[in-house]
Ligand binder design. Structure first.
Ligand code: MN
Length: 212
């Protein structure tokens, strides 16, 4: 992890509470560039400051509550949100969970609990971002290579087929997923296809020519 101070936006409608939170977070070594008392302001501040995390109360000033704001912040900016609220009723909890928060802390809370939740959220989000980057990179390679690449499950059904495979086999690869390997091989060449699959399975490589 890098050494720069992680930025946290505090969203809370009671100014005594929000200023106390800001102070506590700063003591813990975080930067709190601003405080929002409404959902609308929370979205605005998230866009402006691009924080590493948002600490979100649920009942706020204005039309938009914390859950609505969290939804926008997650979808638009991919910033992790931790709810910090007195609300624990079933309906609120259900609505909140849909926004995939990194934690849900119920007031009153222990300062240590808050710090641990923040650190876990920051770490988890960083890991997820790294994984996403790697996956995007792999997708790009698989999409652009001239090699036909496909993945079969244990029952020889296609799980993944790249675009080059589609070109080689003269079929739309999207139609294959879930279908059994060999479905598109010419019936008279089915034996060649199955032998090639067997060889592929054993050696990880097979050269063969079959009609489709
Ligand atoms: Mn509130």
């Amino acid at each position: 992890m890098s050494n720069y101070k992680k930025k946290i936006i505090v969203v809370e409608d009671k100014s005594i509470v929000s200023h106390d939170l800001k102070r506590r977070l700063e003591i813990l070594g975080y930067e709190v560039p601003d405080i929002a008392s409404s959902g609308e302001k929370a979205v605005e501040l998230a866009r402006e400051h691009k924080p590493d995390l948002v600490l979100m109360d649920i009942q706020l000033e204005g039309e938009m509550d914390g859950i609505d704001a969290a939804n926008i912040i997650k979808d638009e900016m991919d910033i992790p949100v931790i709810y910090l609220t007195a609300f624990t009723d079933e309906a609120t909890l259900k609505r909140a969970m849909i926004t995939e928060p990194y934690a849900y802390i119920v007031k009153p809370f222990e300062p240590r609990e808050l710090q641990i939740s923040i650190e876990i959220a920051l770490y988890k989000h960083e890991m997820e971002s790294e994984l996403e980057e790697k996956t995007d990179f792999l997708d790009l390679i698989l999409k652009n290579t001239e090699e036909g690449i496909f993945v079969l499950d244990d029952d020889f059904n296609y799980v993944y087929i790249n675009e080059a495979s589609g070109r080689i086999m003269a079929h739309d690869p999207k139609e294959w997923v879930g279908k059994r390997a060999g479905t598109h091989v010419h019936p008279e060449d089915a034996g060649i296809g199955m032998a090639a699959l067997q060889e592929l399975y054993e050696k990880g490589k097979a050269d063969f020519v079959a009609r489709v």
